[in-house]
Design a protein around this ligand. Sequence first.
Ligand SMILES: NC(=O)c1ccc[n+]([C@@H]2O[C@H](COP(=O)([O-])OP(=O)(O)OC[C@H]3O[C@@H](n4cnc5c(N)ncnc54)[C@H](OP(=O)(O)O)[C@@H]3O)[C@@H](O)[C@H]2O)c1
Length: 225
Amino acid sequence: MRIAVFGTGMVGQTLAARLAELGHEVTVGTRDPASSLARTEPDQRGMPGFGAWAQAHPDIGVAAYGEAARDAELVVNATSGEGALEALEEAVADLDGTVVLDVSNPLEFSGGFPPLLSVCNDDSLGEELQRAYPQARVVKSLNTMNASVMADPTSVGGGDHSAFLSGDDAEAKEIVRELLTQLGHRDVIDLGDITTARGVEMWLPLWVRLAGTLGTASFQLKIVR
Ligand SMILES: NC(=O)c1ccc[n+]([C@@H]2O[C@H](COP(=O)([O-])OP(=O)(O)OC[C@H]3O[C@@H](n4cnc5c(N)ncnc54)[C@H](OP(=O)(O)O)[C@@H]3O)[C@@H](O)[C@H]2O)c1
């Protein structure tokens, strides 16, 4: 599949590399390709500077959001919560029927740590994106787990845990389910329409506190039933 991965952070790098490894044709979208490629020093989380990462992945294209989305069958939104609407706006001309796998979270760090949710309770970032771009088929998924678990579910509990799907379009959810299966996710629960993104986004305040308490981001939700 032709996939555009929006965002050059930890999630963008990790998912783009894994999706390319699985045989997909991947282009990473970024606000400013030249300045992103000029970043060669590791960030504070130890992720390689995007330029160094791109050099190590010559098979993966790098382009501005709009160009990356052109001809893409699926866009992965791995931008920051505050940047998501703006990033998709740049690609608006190319979102007609496009599946948007939205892994972003509406985390708001302006007041420091722990972050707040910029939208919650009766709305969600997934819904905001779907409302703003009705021509896209938004599917919220993978936002409940760390980037390395998204790309390699076996890295926690041998892969025995659960992922979720939220979205209005049944076919788009099946496309995302297939992609998750390729990544190795075995228990993928369809929660229902895009309003169910509220619940998975509101898990983040607990996720953030668990990461602090456990001293690791390598953990996952398992729905036992
Ligand atoms: N880190 C994780 O393990 C994890 C797990 C689950 C969900 N998530 C969610 O996935 C998304 C990506 O997380 P991340 O940790 O990879 O990176 P991040 O630091 O949240 O930022 C991701 C990218 O967003 C892009 N961006 C676009 N518009 C922006 C704006 N106005 N302000 C700031 N950045 C903007 C930037 O890419 P360019 O500069 O290249 O445009 C940046 O590299 C987030 O929404 C996060 O909440 C993360």
